[in-house]
Design a protein around this ligand. Structure first.
Ligand code: HAM
Length: 429
């Protein structure tokens, strides 16, 4: 038999069972963007490499380390799109969508980044994004944040995600700030690794969102961008915050939020959650008034964001599992022969808790006959009774009785019982 060919690492099949939550999310997204009159755009998955290096920035993780780039048969350098914004900008310029008109566009589709895969981070992942062109005022920023706030409400996740906002000013303000940062990091060379030193010279802003623990004290004491912003810029940001305050959308200001792509100016934002571990940014975006011009179009203000669909799916699934867990009081009721002392049976129950953390295990500490213990087990709503008697202890086994189904009771080794319950966790009601 030939060896099996497997999917590429970090690129996932989405099987029918998993797709139902994707479909719910996609439908909710389409409903909400429809309410705000955004129109769909679809662009190719492959673009000229220069589109991304020019727009995202040469000195960014995406361009330096994460792009899937290859030469095609003509020798042209092509790249699987790592994000959607640059492609939408290219298409909008190419098809004259920005001539004397505003545009509000949305897209959904796979993106590709060669990152180290982990929960919530993949090499092929799906983004849904909005890009609006021709709007220089904060009105469009307010609108898109409201749209997202509405989407979270429709999906029932508003309570578990936080809006983080910042302003990174104009490119002139950032230039002055960059110089201050360069000087600051230059005077702390010894605390930096070689690549951080390089980054401090080329793109010091990027060091501010470094995850390196040992760098955090240095980052905390770095000059603050706020001190380099002109009053107009600060006023602009305060007005946006005021609009959000008035309408009751909560947020926090995170002055260290700089984003990992170079095209932003003024407002940047992320919606984050603590429910997903390390990859907690569900959605991110900001203003990018220079990008259209940098890609060969006429100067056009723009604002947009993208959200990671896998992260949204994971978040909804986590909340659902938590809700199901909360509804049940007990899954397994332990029934113990009266003659057996607690030092002999409790370690067994503790092992079950170690191995089956999602099950709620209730032990009977007040004695009683087998019959009365079973009665209590039944009343508790548990799906299983776990019987520990002399016989079981002597043979190193346990008896499992099904309290809510017609399945026959069975006697299993501890290991086999744990394996069976792990297998059945999906059915636990
Ligand atoms: P980004 O922050 O690179 O921004 O990505 C946006 C979102 O895509 C992230 O917040 C995350 O949810 C998801 N995402 C990114 N990388 C991965 C990955 N490897 N695996 C799973 N999900 C991921 C952009 O892409 C900008 N184009 C957003 C934008 C649009 N700004 C203006 N318009």
């Amino acid at each position: 038999m030939s060896s099996k060919i497997q999917a590429v690492r970090g690129m996932n099949d989405l099987l029918p069972e998993a797709l139902s939550s994707w479909q719910v999310i996609e439908q909710s997204i389409k409903q909400v963007v429809g309410q705000y009159s955004y129109k769909e755009i679809r662009t190719p998955i492959v673009e000229s490499t220069s589109l991304f290096s020019r727009s995202i920035g040469e000195v960014t993780d995406i361009v330096q380390k994460e792009m899937y780039t290859f030469n095609d048969r003509n020798g042209d350098s092509l790249t699987l799109r790592p994000e959607g914004t640059a492609s939408v900008v290219r298409a909008a310029i190419e098809h004259g969508l920005l001539h004397n008109q505003t545009q509000r566009l949305w897209y959904m589709g796979p993106m590709f980044r060669h990152e180290r895969p982990q929960k919530g981070r993949y090499r092929q992942f799906y983004q849904f994004g909005l890009e609006a062109f021709g709007y220089s005022d904060i009105g469009i920023e307010f609108e898109q944040l409201l749209l997202l706030n509405r989407l979270w409400q429709v999906l029932g996740i508003r309570e578990v995600i936080t809006l983080e906002l910042n302003t990174i000013g104009t490119s002139e303000e950032r230039k002055r700030y960059n110089e201050a940062l360069q000087n600051y990091f230059a005077s702390h060379q010894a605390s930096l690794t070689d690549s951080e030193r390089e980054r401090a010279k080329q793109n010091p802003l990027r060091l501010l969102d470094s995850k390196n623990e040992s760098l955090q004290p240095l980052i905390a004491n770095a000059p603050s961008l706020m001190d380099y912003l002109e009053p107009d810029t600060k006023q602009r940001f305060q007005s946006l915050c005021g609009l959000l305050d008035n309408i009751g959308v909560s947020y926090i200001i995170n002055s260290r939020l700089v984003r990992g792509l170079d095209y932003y100016s003024h407002t940047v934002f992320e919606w984050t959650t603590t429910a997903l571990g390390a990859q907690g940014t569900v959605c991110a975006g900001g203003r990018y008034d220079r990008l259209v011009e940098d890609c060969g179009g006429r100067p056009t203000p723009a604002f947009g964001f993208a959200l990671g669909l896998e992260r949204l799916v994971l978040l909804l699934e986590t909340l659902q599992a938590d809700a199901e867990d909360k509804q049940r009081d007990t899954d397994i009721a332990v029934v113990v022969d009266n003659g057996i002392t607690i030092d002999r049976w409790m370690p067994i129950v503790e092992r079950i808790r170690d191995e089956l953390p999602r099950y709620k295990v209730d032990v009977n500490l007040s004695g009683g006959s087998f019959k009365s213990q079973f009665k209590r087990a039944d009343k508790s709503g548990a799906s299983y009774a776990l019987v520990i008697g002399e016989d079981e202890l002597n043979s190193g086994e346990l008896t499992l009785e099904y309290l809510r189904s017609k399945k026959d009771k069975c006697r299993l080794s501890q290991q086999a019982l744990i394996a069976r319950l792990l297998d059945e966790i999906k059915d636990v009601k």
